[in-house]
Design a protein around this ligand. Structure first.
Ligand code: ADP
Ligand code: MG
Ligand code: MG
Length: 479
């Protein structure tokens, strides 16, 4: 379909206006008085193409991934074995680990664990594929990049972006049906999960707390989930509080009931605390500790967050490990089918071999620290330099090595304020949202998939991250 550049620019102006009017947007600066300017979130003008079998593979594997996180989180020996060397050299992971040990020592006060997850994949092009022609599902391999278990963002913004993409396609005269552009409501699904946890907590007077950063620029995304809660149950109160608030005004009554500003907290939904920079002082760590020691249902509890570390994901990819947690052969195959190769780079003979391999062909690998939010991974010469400098250092134990995926390149307009409006070569990551509500005694109350996002960046950009300004939000056009 040929559309003039002039008309495309008009459509992009309409899309920008729609995005700001309908909450596909960031606060331009941080929350607070005088800081209310709203700008469109970086996004693509059109959805990304995803073959139906690939989309279905990602979507249908979600419940298996979620159940796996829950099982691993309840295996103390496995967590210890995975993380003991990491916590020696990584103060952030050590902080989480100490909280976990304190919670164990005090005795678990809340058996329910709530997961609001997003599982991210890339579509790798098979090596033997001939160039040209339409990309088919059999030309692609779905490869797992990581599962996000804390602060998995953008469910609210993409719920809106799906509607915006239907508008931009319509404006171009592109016809589509509901299988190609299905409804996509992650915020609705997340709200349902939070409300289910609130209901099981079983105190109608209790509140849900969104644990947010003191300086937050993605609050609109979070508000969409809050609004969905009010839509589903207007009687439930949602408060926005920080770790520091809990440190200063939080308390535990009757031993374990979590109180903030005299309200009993049923559920703490964390949209902060996922990475080292979120803990700038002891205040944040102490706030986290009070929450973790309480009977509130945490999303996530510290055990879930430990499982979400890159290190645990690397250990799970070792041959024979999945089988310990997943009884059904069929489920093991579903999970394994998407795993990329991953290697320990711990100081020692096994790690030395992996480091040697990475130094011989840096373009085939990514070096990942135990961090979240994009922008932390090392590629190419940066990776090689780091590894050469740490050849006999324990600091290596804080990283893992992963096979590098070269995803399918498509073309799209990446719309970012202050960036030129150009058709670019882009690559996308497909994320699937999932809710898990289970108990440490193995009961499963909820386990469902609830929508998707695509994150798209110009090809050639190594790292990703929408808030970090490296990528834009996107949705899938399924064909
Ligand atoms: P984070 O938790 O910080 O998002 P990720 O593992 O998702 O960490 O890595 C951040 C980004 O780095 C990804 O969004 C992707 O763009 C890129 N990336 C990560 N792993 C790989 C890989 N194996 N191959 C290619 N790119 C990768
Ligand atoms: Mg992540
Ligand atoms: Mg990621």
């Amino acid at each position: 379909m040929q559309i003039s550049q002039k008309r495309l620019k008009e459509i992009s102006d309409i899309a920008n206006a729609w995005a700001v009017s309908n909450g596909v947007s960031f606060k331009a600066d941080r929350e607070g008085p005088g800081n209310n300017e709203v700008l469109p979130t970086p996004y693509t003008l059109f959805p990304a193409l995803v073959p139906a079998p690939i989309f279905e593979q990602a979507r249908s594997s979600m419940t298996e991934f979620s159940r796996l996180v829950h099982k691993v989180a309840n295996d103390h020996n496995f967590l210890t074995q995975c993380l003991e060397k990491v916590v020696e050299v990584d103060p952030f992971m050590n902080g989480l680990w100490n909280i976990y040990l304190k919670v164990r020592e005090a005795g678990i006060k809340q058996s329910l664990m709530l997961g609001v997850f997003r599982n991210d994949f890339m579509m790798a092009v098979k090596e033997n594929r001939k160039p040209g022609g339409i990309m088919k599902a059999e030309d692609l391999e779905l490869k797992h990049i990581e599962i996000n278990v804390i602060s998995a963002s953008f469910g609210g913004l993409v719920q809106q972006l799906t509607k915006l993409h239907k508008l931009t396609l319509n404006l171009c005269g592109k016809k589509f049906n509901s299988e190609e552009m299905p409804g996509n409501k992650p915020a609705n699904g997340i709200a349902k999960g939070l409300l289910k946890a609130w209901q099981l907590y079983n105190n109608p007077q209790s509140v849900i707390v969104f644990l947010v950063a003191a300086k937050e620029n993605n609050s609109i995304d979070q508000r969409w989930i809050e609004f969905e809660i009010y839509k589903q149950n207007p009687g439930v109160r949602v408060l926005r509080r920080t770790f520091a608030d809990f440190r200063e005004r939080g308390s535990l009554s009757c031993g374990s009931h979590l109180l903030i500003d005299d309200q009993e907290v049923a559920v703490v939904y964390m949209r902060d605390g996922e990475t080292a920079e979120n803990y700038t002082s002891e205040k944040e760590w102490n706030g986290r500790l009070i929450i973790e020691l309480s009977a509130a249902i945490k999303s996530p509890c510290v055990q879930y967050q430990l499982v979400g570390s890159k290190k645990v994901q690397q250990e799970l990819a070792r041959p024979g490990v999945l089988e310990k947690f997943v009884p059904s052969k069929e489920s093991v195959e579903i999970l394994k089918a998407t795993f990329a190769d991953q290697f320990s780079v711990d100081l020692g003979p096994e790690g030395d071999k992996a480091v040697e391999m990475a130094l011989a062909s840096p373009e085939k690998f990514v070096l990942k620290p135990q961090r979240e939010g994009g922008g932390h991974n090392l590629f190419d010469t940066e990776m090689a330099t780091f590894l050469s400098h740490h050849i006999s250092s324990k600091e290596r134990n804080a990283y893992i090595l992963m096979q590098r995926i070269y995803p399918w390149q498509q073309q799209n307009y990446l719309v970012k304020s202050a960036s030129p409006f150009n058709l670019s070569e882009v690559v996308s990551e497909l994320g699937i949202y999932g809710i898990y509500l289970g108990s440490c005694t193995a009961d499963e109350f909820e386990n469902y998939e609830c929508g998707h996002l695509m994150k798209t960046k110009t090809s050639g950009t190594n790292n990703s991250g929408v808030v970090a300004g490296l990528a834009g939000l996107d949705t899938a056009f399924i064909y």
